[in-house]
Write a protein that binds this ligand. Structure first.
Ligand code: KIV
Length: 264
């Protein structure tokens, strides 16, 4: 695969071609996932839960994120690498600039942060300074204690209108990608139609421009109850590479996610 960049992803959106994103946290999986044709690797702070066994993403530090970003960058074969700014690492604009610089030096091509329009200035400064930003809306796991649990967001009209407005303001501030987690299908569709930048979904129905999953979830190795939006792609595949390839092709042909993985 030739190297994926933001222009590639914008072209995909313009041409109505869906693209795939998966988490990876080390060189071996980064190599496998990128060679399987997945366009974007997310070095997610979900590593706190899937690698470190924590019960939330809150204990993840900048040191952890930089270490895993470096490992992913070494194995990557042309995917775009997005790295999470962890909890409280972007509480001020200055902190966001400093910490984003560390992730970019470690090999990230862009950073992701969680929150609504209050982040507009941060997004705008990062973009001006050469750091492309993805903003994560909907269920934002770093705010689990404010949200009162891992729940679908934007079900009520006021919350839905707020999310639409957040998406608009953040795109205007310079966000290069929006990511929607656990959002009703119709709202995700509306945000996707109204955005000029690619919108990635996880538990946000089939109408977003792209999909993302946590690698361990789609390989069926995360212990405990799996969220509704997760599909185990190892079922019916004879290898890990096969499972990752069938995930990427199911995202591209629109067969994943189905209604059984979505919130109406
Ligand atoms: O950290 C992560 O893996 C994420 C995905 C759930 C989108 O943010």
């Amino acid at each position: 695969m030739s190297s994926v960049n933001l222009q590639t992803l914008s072209e995909h959106k313009r041409n109505g071609r869906k693209f795939a994103m998966l988490t990876a946290y080390d060189a071996s999986f980064a190599n496998l996932v990128s060679n399987a044709g997945v366009e974007v690797i997310l070095v997610g702070d979900s590593l706190g839960m899937v690698l470190q066994g924590e019960s939330s993403t809150l204990p993840v530090t900048m040191e952890h994120m930089a270490y895993h970003t470096q490992s992913v960058a070494k194995g990557n074969q042309g995917a775009l690498i997005m790295s999470d700014l962890p909890f409280m690492s972007y509480a001020s604009v200055e902190q966001a600039l400093e910490n984003a610089a560390e992730l970019m030096r470690a090999g990230a091509h862009m950073v992701k942060l969680e929150g609504g329009r209050a982040l507009a200035e941060t997004v705008s400064r990062l973009t001006e300074m050469g750091v492309p930003v993805c903003v994560h809306l909907g269920l934002t796991p770093q705010s689990v204690n404010v949200l009162g649990g891992y729940k679908v967001q934007g079900r009520e009209q006021t919350a839905a209108l707020q999310m639409l407005e957040d998406a608009r303001v953040l795109e205007e501030a310079g966000a290069a990608i929006l990511l929607l987690e656990c959002v009703p299908t119709l709202l995700a569709e509306e945000i996707t139609k109204n955005s000029n930048v690619p919108v990635v979904g996880i538990g946000a129905g089939p109408h977003t421009d792209a999909q993302v999953l946590v690698l361990h979830d789609m390989l069926g190795i995360t212990p405990g109850k799996k969220p509704k939006f997760v599909k185990d792609f190892m079922q019916g595949s004879s290898s890990v590479v096969g499972a990752v390839e069938s995930y990427a092709s199911a995202v591209r042909d629109g067969s994943y996610p189905g209604p059984e993985h979505s919130f109406e």
